[in-house]
Design a protein around this ligand. Sequence first.
Ligand SMILES: NC(=O)c1ccc[n+]([C@@H]2O[C@H](COP(=O)([O-])OP(=O)(O)OC[C@H]3O[C@@H](n4cnc5c(N)ncnc54)[C@H](OP(=O)(O)O)[C@@H]3O)[C@@H](O)[C@H]2O)c1
Length: 250
Amino acid sequence: MSDQSNDQRVAIVTGGTRGIGAAITTALARSGVHVAAGYNSNAQAAEELAGKLGAEGASVSVHQGNVGEPGDCTRVVGEVLEARGRVDYLINNAGITVDKTMRRMTVDDWHAVLRINLSGSFYMAKAVLDHMLERGFGRIVNISSTIGQTGGIGQANYAASKSGLFGLTQSLAQEVARKGITVNCVAPGYIETEMVAAVPEEVLAKLLKGVPVGRLGQASEIARAVQFLVDDGAGYITGSVISVNGGLDM
Ligand SMILES: NC(=O)c1ccc[n+]([C@@H]2O[C@H](COP(=O)([O-])OP(=O)(O)OC[C@H]3O[C@@H](n4cnc5c(N)ncnc54)[C@H](OP(=O)(O)O)[C@@H]3O)[C@@H](O)[C@H]2O)c1
């Protein structure tokens, strides 16, 4: 049954149970927001995170769904609305890599990454949009990547998906700018998660040489930028990209 009287803010964080998403879930939940954390296949990680945060007194629910399936996106948003009566923040964080040079990249590799990283964010935003418009409030944050700004060898699919998020963000931001809804991107650099652990050591060492701050970023540092963007005081920031990349742009 929906609980329309509940005045606790509600966030949906896709891929919110591991890596950067888990840090976003943790930061928002600890600040008093109810977090509906999405996951696709790793139910154990989802239950563990929800259990840990629940034991601290934070409010977290977990929702299985593939963001590459529009039907899953509408179902998950429906579950959250049914249970909580509102969605204030949508953090489109779920993402995958299938890195291969163009010569080796198959059409399926291309579509798999575009479907989850880019279309998934479109499906989720579309699923919450009417509700946010009705309430006249919303914060949508899309987690892009430095690679979306620079491209990367072996990452044509990933870079295109992350560049695409900039266009999606700015288009939707313009459409809803006068409706109390902001839409922004956070573009992380190299962050210490399982996604980066998959990068060969010698490649990583070379990448780190190009990072002015001289280290990998922490997932909590991405969560900090997301918290800033969802804050009530951030209503004048829309269509923007916040780079959190140790100075890679310089
Ligand atoms: N790590 C970096 O250095 C870095 C840099 C720039 C940008 N990013 C971006 O930051 C985001 C998070 O990256 P991460 O490193 O934290 O990744 P990660 O550790 O691999 O976690 C990915 C999360 O996305 C979920 N997910 C994957 N496919 C999904 C699908 N089809 N439907 C729903 N959820 C799905 C996973 O769920 P399961 O647990 O169920 O698999 C998991 O919770 C991604 O968008 C990534 O592109 C990361």
